[in-house]
Design a protein around this ligand. Structure first.
Ligand code: ADP
Ligand code: MG
Length: 367
């Protein structure tokens, strides 16, 4: 017997990459791909978790025993959410939860946040907690940081919990202020392709840590707390004060990327959706050359899509694999996809998975 059905989406980040841990701007939108939870309350303190997307059958846990550093595996994400809710003082007990997901896992599209957010929303309703969306996002991030042990920012969970259809979400990661920015692709005759390269290079975690440390070093050298505090207008003067070319590149990326987010917002609010294409492509060049987190496969997606007539393209997510996004006029979308696939095939690379995604709704109860 189930008490209800809930859904939470994956996300892609339109622009604003590697800015979140520098207190900067991000701008994700929700994918039409969701994780669906069918859930019922249990009053015996047991948590029974099952996922159609994971091997190994049903996981049984005692809610009272949940603590960071326990079992491991996929159930850490929902168990971590139950732990985070209880640790924040919310009276959550047991539940039976079954998950089914269409969010590709491990592709940089935030299947982990979808899994967390759908769990939190279901429990909020089952236990009548009335949690607000931003609170759900914060608790889910805590679950992922502390219980799962993955040092992610706040973007993924906020996107899954707070996005609205037809909009990208401008999130200021400093004060968590949100603004819904109209991004109605169909009204402009545009399509946005998500290209999952299906690769994740093994050094990505260590490199992420190095970039974070490099950004901190840059901020320290410039006498600011975080790179968010370097205004775009002061960039040249700031760069002139930095000796280390690597740190200079990191600083230049973060400052110009925050500025690109503002440029994209200005174009979208002026109804000039096509004009964001070149800004996305600039963002890719900055991640490739200054922040140095791209890889052969991501560059190949971007270069082949642009050669085939796309308006703009960039890697999205942390880098070293994962996914890229491509903005194209809708009539050209088929040819652009084909060109990307052919370039991968010509190099004997694994065929990427390509789908078109319009900004979809955030998490919600279905029944
Ligand atoms: P991403 O969030 O980019 O997809 P992560 O590594 O952060 O990648 O999260 C992927 C992990 O989340 C998977 O390896 C799995 O443990 C878990 N996960 C996500 N969705 C599901 C699901 N529907 N069922 C079971 N596990 C899932
Ligand atoms: Mg994730």
């Amino acid at each position: 017997m189930s008490d209800g059905v809930w859904a939470a989406p994956g996300r892609v980040n339109l622009i604003g990459e590697h800015t979140d841990y520098n207190d900067g701007f991000v701008m994700p939108f929700a994918l039409p791909h969701t994780t669906i939870a069918t859930a019922a309350r249990r009053d015996d303190g047991l948590l029974r978790l099952h996922s159609a997307n994971a091997a190994g059958g049903t996981v049984h846990l005692r809610v009272a025993d949940l603590a960071p550093g326990s079992p491991g595996g996929w159930s850490d994400y929902p168990a971590g959410v139950v732990w985070a809710l209880r640790d924040a003082g919310h009276p959550v007990g047991g539940a039976d939860i079954h998950y089914e997901s269409t969010v590709p896992a491990g592709a940089g599209l935030s299947s982990s946040a979808a899994l967390e957010v759908v769990t939190a929303l279901a429990l909020s309703d089952l236990y009548e907690l009335g949690l607000e969306r931003q609170c759900i996002a914060r608790l889910c991030r805590r679950a992922e940081n502390v219980y799962v042990g993955a040092p992610t920012g706040i973007m993924d969970q906020t996107a899954s919990a707070c996005c609205t259809a037809g909009h990208a979400l401008h999130l200021d990661t400093r004060d968590l202020a949100q603004r819904q920015i109209p991004f109605d692709l169909a009204a402009h005759g545009l399509s946005l392709l998500v290209v999952d390269t299906r690769v994740q290079h093994s050094h990505s975690e260590g490199e992420y840590g190095k970039r974070r440390a490099g950004c901190e070093a840059g901020a320290a050298a410039l006498g600011v707390d975080v790179l968010r505090d370097v205004p775009y207008a002061a960039l040249d003067a700031a760069l002139a004060r930095l000796d280390d070319p690597e740190v200079r590149g990191l600083v230049r990326h973060v400052v110009t990327e925050n500025h690109r987010v503002e440029r994209v917002i200005a174009h979208l609010e002026a109804g000039e959706a096509e004009a964001i294409g070149p800004v996305l492509t600039e963002g890719h060049a900055s991640l490739r050359d200054d922040f140095r987190v791209s890889c052969r496969e991501l560059d190949l997606v971007v270069d082949s899509a642009l050669t085939a007539g796309a308006l703009g393209a960039r890697m999205t997510g942390g880098g070293f694999g994962g996914s890229a996004i491509v903005l194209t006029r809708t009539p050209a979308a088929g040819a652009v996809s084909q060109a990307v696939l052919e370039e991968f095939e010509a190099r004997s690379l694994t065929a990427p998975r390509i789908f078109s995604a319009a900004p979809a709704a955030g998490a919600k109860r279905l029944s």
